[in-house]
Ligand binder design. Structure first.
Ligand code: KG4
Ligand code: ZN
Length: 380
């Protein structure tokens, strides 16, 4: 079974070819360099860039995989959620190719794809070739942490999703991006904050944890708390323009703010995930998904947190503080899974992987003449 995956939900144009679960090619053209100059994504510009890139990207993915249209069995495309103009380019291209080449079309939810990035093969040099890849097991809890979403999802089997926690306001990735702007760090904010935090003191500034019921999250209060503390530290009033604060901060203050904010955000995420695990003690795997899952401090902290959490319940965890997050261990242990770093951001390999499991579980293809778009929609 050969699947062509296509992704264009935000500022990456991507295509990949997956054959029976093996990745034959993976092409990603990022618009990060364009949006660095603006400090964020401009939807109109993103859509135009997708329009320029999408056909060459698909062509390159097919060439890299030594595949032609006769070989392709299915086309999979991200259809929601995302920027409307960006989604339009990817979906219209996929619909046209599906009709032209008479291939069944699978319209895949972006967050489902992020979860399925944990099933992608990891060929990075840090993985010993002899190490078997241990895939997540059901029932699992997935922590989705991207630029637009923060959710805890329970899966009892493939292609079966239940949202058990969600953010009531901002997403955690959005919060990283906004704090980076305040600190004068370049777009995208997540990696910039992570880098600045390496030399900062995570205990220098204390920020309150939101009081949100159940497994839900809130990040807008943290954003405001960081802004107010920066203003206080710079001895300026609260109506001082946030874009001018960076000029008043020293490099040490910037690193300390980055480290303290990152630590608080990670603590908030892992507290809720620990609570979710207490409420679902039969969980076999915890899966991290979305751009923020690339954060090294989060990965290390998660392993520590769940080692001590599980020890209290007479369980052990299977995870090593390696970049690929793969582990080998007995079935009785709680497995932590992180996507290979190169698949934690937006890519089309995860779209093809998600479609692969849709097809395997009997989901029907979409009518390419009727596919409609919903820029915002819930994973179900
Ligand atoms: O999943 P993603 O690539 O796109 C969306 O679906 O939104 O996530 C993008 C988000 C951005 O907010 C970006 O700043 C954040 O992921 N991000 C990170 C890191 N790398 C990317 N956040 C924290 N640490 C990182 N290393
Ligand atoms: Zn994404």
């Amino acid at each position: 079974m050969i699947i062509l995956g296509i992704e264009s939900s935000c500022d990456e144009t991507a295509a990949a070819i997956l054959k029976d679960g093996q990745l034959l090619s993976n092409v990603v053209v990022s618009q990060i360099d364009i949006f660095k100059a603006y400090g964020g994504v401009i939807p109109e510009v993103a859509a135009r860039s997708h329009l320029e890139a999408i056909l060459p990207v698909i062509d390159k993915a097919m060439q890299d995989a030594h595949t032609d249209w006769d070989d392709i069995n299915y086309i999979a495309v991200t259809h929601t959620p995302g920027l409307l103009g960006s989604l339009l380019i990817g979906t219209l291209t996929a619909r046209t190719l599906s009709i032209l080449h008479n291939k069944p079309l699978y319209a895949v939810h972006h967050l489902k794809s992020h979860i399925y990035s944990n099933w992608l093969p990891d060929n990075s040099s840090s993985t010993p070739k002899s190490a078997p890849q241990t895939l997540p097991q059901f029932p699992l809890l997935a922590l989705i942490i991207s630029g637009g979403h923060t959710q805890i999802v329970q899966m009892t089997k493939h292609n079966d999703f239940k949202i058990i926690g969600t953010t009531l306001d901002d997403a955690v990735g959005e919060c990283f991006d906004k704090i980076a702007k305040i600190l004068g760090l370049p777009y995208p904010g997540g990696p910039s904050i992570a880098k600045a935090a390496q030399t900062g003191d995570p205990h220098k500034y204390r920020f309150p944890h939101p009081k949100v019921d159940n497994l839900n999250f809130s990040f807008s209060g943290l954003k405001t708390a960081v802004l107010r503390t920066v203003q206080k530290e710079c001895s300026v009033p609260i109506n001082y323009p946030s874009y001018d604060l960076q000029k008043l901060l020293t490099p040490t203050q910037i690193s300390d703010f980055a480290a303290s904010f990152q630590q608080t955000a990670i603590d908030i995420l892992l507290e809720k995930l620990s609570l979710a695990l207490e409420q679902h003690p039969n969980t076999k795997s915890i899966v991290f998904a979305g751009g923020v899952s690339a954060n090294k401090a989060l990965r290390e902290r998660a392993i520590l947190t769940f080692s001590s959490h599980c020890a209290g319940y007479g369980r052990a965890i299977a995870a090593e503080p390696r970049d690929d997050g793969r582990e080998d261990s007995g079935d009785e242990k709680l497995k932590l899974s992180f996507p290979p770093i190169k698949f934690s951001g937006d890519n089309a390999a995860m779209v093809a992987e998600a479609a692969y499991w849709e097809i395997k579980t009997g989901a029907k293809p979409t009518n390419p003449y009727k596919l409609t778009l919903a820029p915002r929609s819930i994973l179900c």
